[in-house]
Design a protein around this ligand. Structure first.
Ligand code: ATP
Ligand code: MG
Length: 420
């Protein structure tokens, strides 16, 4: 009986890993340009961390978390809560008043697996802690836009403000009275949400609920003066930097900790898995988790599976497998010499492949091509006799030269640009 991976859990096989590495490389480069530093966080946290930050009446906490019931621990469904926990635990605000952090890794949510929706999925998560300046919002959004643009993604940016504890309750009351009048026409989830988390009704995906909310009041009309001013500056900043966006008054985000600026980068190419990245401001979260008062924060998470799907759909030029040198040893003595040279060349920082199965030269040349070898070094009986192997340049015109059977000579004969 074969044992398979769990439903919604997926291996990323070597051919596909190249895409993931490419994605990470581009992202790390962009994060670095914006002066973000990496932090690595644990996968298992106390359940309470997520219940308190994400909120009890959210899809994630209500039904999507992998929780060990006997231990009160949960596999992280997202990274922001852990990031903020670590920020508080290590007093990172003392070291630097404004922290710019990113982390990359797997998240776990028990949802119905579909294309672009898994139970173990991966996010690149970016957060700025310690500033409520709207420029930080703009800079962060601009960074997301720059990254997606450098990856060649066709996405649009949707923007909203969720107000703050001063102005949201007024809006919430208006929304509840609007929803109450349509209560019978809503799906069962929304009927329940209408009292526990009425804002969530606004982003219900059920078509009949969508019909009911088209004329719902907009939070943007209820913002207090400070929130209005903040949001105005975010919009002006995006215009200044030339980052196009569209206001979406129904974008509420499914997590309780959000306030003020919220945004999503949306694609039209992944069906209902439209959001490739999403985030927003969470000015009260640090305090809720026991950290200092008045510690604002903002961040977003990029869904890596969805980006990989888009890269595949675009047939983006994917970096191929490659190796600097393939050593083709022919016969027992030839491969014995090749074996030793391979190790010595690897110590000299060249990537080297070779065959240990005693295959023919022809079959080894095929393997060298498959491995994307730039050079092949051939060692047969004649070469052992003369003390010189044949180095073939696989790029361009396949020119050949004789090279002494020593790592030093071989390294000299290879272009310096190969040394990693
Ligand atoms: P969705 O509305 O698609 O469920 P979400 O609002 O739950 O997304 P967030 O919690 O904001 O998503 O996570 C940020 C990003 O992580 C999403 O925009 C998406 O790209 C990705 N993501 C979230 N859940 C999954 C999942 N189960 N599988 C793959 N990617 C996911
Ligand atoms: Mg979700």
């Amino acid at each position: 009986m074969k044992i398979k991976a769990l439903k919604g859990f997926k291996d990323i096989v070597p051919g596909e890993v190249l895409l993931w590495q490419y994605l990470e490389r581009v992202a790390r480069d962009v994060f670095d340009r914006f002066h973000f530093r990496e932090i690595r966080l644990p996968i298992l946290e106390e359940t309470e961390l997520f219940a308190r930050s994400i909120g009890e009446a959210t899809d994630i906490v209500e039904k999507e978390m992998y929780t060990f019931v006997d231990k009160q621990v949960t596999m992280r469904p997202e990274a922001t809560a852990s990031m903020v926990r670590a920020y508080i635990e290590h007093g990172l605000y003392v070291e630097k008043p404004v922290q710019r952090l990113f982390t990359i890794g797997p998240m776990f949510r028990h949802e119905r697996p579909q294309k672009g929706r898994l139970r173990q999925f991966h996010q690149m998560d970016v957060e700025v802690l310690g500033s409520e300046n709207p420029r930080v919002d703009v800079e962060l959004i601009a960074m997301g836009a720059m990254l997606l643009d450098e990856l060649g993604m066709q996405v649009s940016l949707e923007l909203n403000s969720l107000g703050c504890p001063a102005c949201r309750p007024g809006y919430r009351a208006e929304l509840i009275s609007y929803i109450d009048k349509r209560h019978d026409l809503l799906c069962s989830d929304c009927k329940r949400r209408s009292t526990t988390n009425p804002l969530r009704v606004l982003d219900c995906k059920v078509p009949s609920c969508r019909e009911q909310i088209v004329d719902a009041p907009s939070i943007l009309e209820y913002l207090c003066d400070q929130c209005k001013d903040h949001f105005g500056k975010v919009q002006a900043g995006l215009e200044q930097l030339g980052v196009p966006y569209r206001l979406n008054k129904f974008m509420v985000r499914g997590l309780d900790y959000y306030c003020r600026t919220t945004f999503e980068f949306i694609t039209a190419d992944l069906g209902s898995q439209a959001a490739v990245a999403a985030g927003g401001r969470y000015d009260g979260l640090v305090e809720i988790l026991g950290g200092p008062k008045n510690s604002p924060g903002i961040g977003f998470a990029i869904g890596m599976e969805r980006l990989v799907l888009l890269l595949q759909q675009q047939q983006a030029v994917i970096p191929e497998d490659e190796v600097d040198l393939y050593i083709a040893g022919i016969g027992e003595q030839g491969s014995r010499k090749g074996f030793e040279l391979a190790n010595a060349m690897r110590a000299r920082k060249f990537s080297v492949a070779m065959d240990h199965e005693g295959r023919s030269l022809k079959s080894q040349m095929k393997q060298a091509n498959k491995a994307g070898a730039r050079f092949v070094f051939i060692i047969g009986d004649a070469e052992l006799e003369s003390g010189k192997g044949i180095l073939r340049n696989m790029l361009g015109n396949e020119e050949q030269q004789e090279v002494l059977l020593s790592a030093a000579a071989l390294a000299d004969a290879l272009p310096e640009s190969l040394v990693s």
